[in-house]
Ligand binder design. Structure first.
Ligand code: SAH
Ligand code: SF4
Length: 410
């Protein structure tokens, strides 16, 4: 049966090269950098050595100029500069919330805009990364889902967010690196790589990461690479609205923590608020969670549950949620997200008392169900509020999108 509505991964546009004819090395694998160098004329042995050095400078030291690569012969650096760049997304705006949360609106080389958020906490700093410009999925409570224009971000644009965040937080290691400078003085000071502000990454920005699997995988592989950003897979969480056929691969090939945007426990309500449910239903989704490679009691799956007034927040819903988690024997915790409103949103947030009661019902059954504190609401940086200002749709368009969805639901 043909399923109506925006639930399939439709993307538009092609991605032009940043830096004109020069090749952006950000986002390539080490092997990809080697091949690019060889294509440009280096012999195999030199390409391999230079690729290793360049990788280290890009991902370990955060440099953006070949001139700063002090262990590469001085004469070679202009040759590299002519042919390659180490790109960064363009910062359109950068905002800081009164709670310390930061939001950046970024632009890709083709002008497409996407957002990234940094959330500092006492014991960690979490970067919320986007995987697409917009999202094809139209979850009814999500601002990103109302964006019309969509394209997948490239691995370079995804990893570029992490590089840019480290630039902005000023946390690239300084000083001499072991085995480093061979023909020039390196920066003064000590080399440190600990005490980082950016400790965690969540793929919870704009877009559905499992509808952009290859690029997300490529980016996260780079982020996890030991000679570079070196973030542990335990500190990375991929959030999906339930793209069932890609979940096993995500576990096997990427291996990061999984978060699933469940949000409802009945077909009727989930069909309405997460339209993808009409394609992959709750049972199928939970079975895929039970089979997720690497999930166990030490590494539980997070179920995200947005609290919508009179929609999905009753005690009965809480009981059913517990029953489902137990039925599928899921090593799970539940993250309750108070609904973050945006202009024209068709829902309201449940009352604080209701959220607390819902949380208690789940805790009473022995399942952890913390309530997520909204962060950065004043700068529209909270969950589901991300949407580039440049593509804001009118009220009339919003109504039309809602109507389309209603029609699709029959
Ligand atoms: N597309 C992925 C990841 C991005 S959304 C997914 O849906 O899982 C990250 C989380 O924010 C999801 O759980 C999403 O459902 C939630 N979210 C979206 N809009 C929200 C809103 N207005 N208020 C609170 N949470 C929201
Ligand atoms: Fe897309 Fe996630 Fe928003 Fe749904 S909640 S529209 S899947 S970004």
């Amino acid at each position: 049966m043909q399923i109506p509505g925006h639930i399939d991964p439709v993307t538009t546009g092609t991605v032009p090269l940043r830096g004109g004819n020069r090749v952006d090395l950000v986002g390539l694998t080490r092997e990809g950098i080697r091949a690019a160098l060889e294509d440009a004329g280096l012999d195999a042995k030199a390409a391999k050595l230079r690729a290793k050095q360049i990788w280290h400078w890009i991902y370990h030291r955060g440099v953006t100029e070949f001139d700063a690569m002090t262990d590469i012969a001085k004469s070679m650096r202009p040759w590299l500069t002519e042919r390659f760049i180490i790109g960064r997304p363009t910062v359109v705006t950068a905002q800081v919330s009164n709670d310390g949360t930061r939001k950046w609106l970024l632009a890709a080389a083709d002008g497409q805009e996407y957002e990234m958020v940094f959330i500092p906490d006492a014991d960690r700093g979490t970067l919320c990364v986007s995987s697409q410009v917009g999202c094809t999925l139209n979850c009814r409570f999500c601002h990103t889902g109302t964006m019309r224009l969509v394209r997948n971000l490239t691995a370079g644009e995804i990893v570029g967010q992490v590089l840019l965040a480290r630039d902005a937080l000023g946390e690239w290691p300084k000083g001499t690196m072991a085995g480093g400078a061979d023909d020039e003085e390196d920066d003064a000071g000590h080399y440190t790589s600990d005490g980082r502000m950016l400790t965690n990454i969540v793929m919870m920005g704009m877009g559905e990461p499992l509808y952009n699997f290859d690029e997300v995988k490529g980016a996260l592989k780079i982020v996890m690479d030991g000679d570079g950003l070196a973030l542990s897979k335990r500190r990375i969480t991929l959030s999906t609205s339930g793209v069932v056929p890609m979940m096993a691969r995500a576990g096997e090939e990427i291996g990061v923590n999984l978060a699933v945007s469940l949000h409802a426990v009945t077909k009727e309500i989930r069909d309405e608020i997460v339209p993808l449910n009409r394609k992959y239903g709750i049972e199928e989704l939970l079975a895929a969670c039970a089979a997720y490679p690497g999930a166990n009691n030490a590494r539980r799956i997070t179920f995200e549950y947005v609290m919508l007034k009179d929609k999905n927040d009753s005690d009965e819903d809480a009981r059913e949620l517990v029953r489902l988690i137990k039925q599928y024997r899921l090593p799970a915790k539940v993250n309750l997200i108070p609904f973050n409103p945006w202009p024209g949103a068709p829902y309201e947030c449940s009352s604080p008392e209701r959220v607390r009661a819902f949380s208690n019902r789940i805790f009473e059954a022995g399942i952890s169900a913390p309530i997520r504190t909204p962060r950065g609401r004043d700068i529209m940086a909270a969950c589901g509020q991300l949407k580039s200002a440049a593509t804001k749709v009118t009220r009339a368009e919003l109504d039309r999108i809602a109507e389309e969805k209603q029609a699709a639901l029959g």
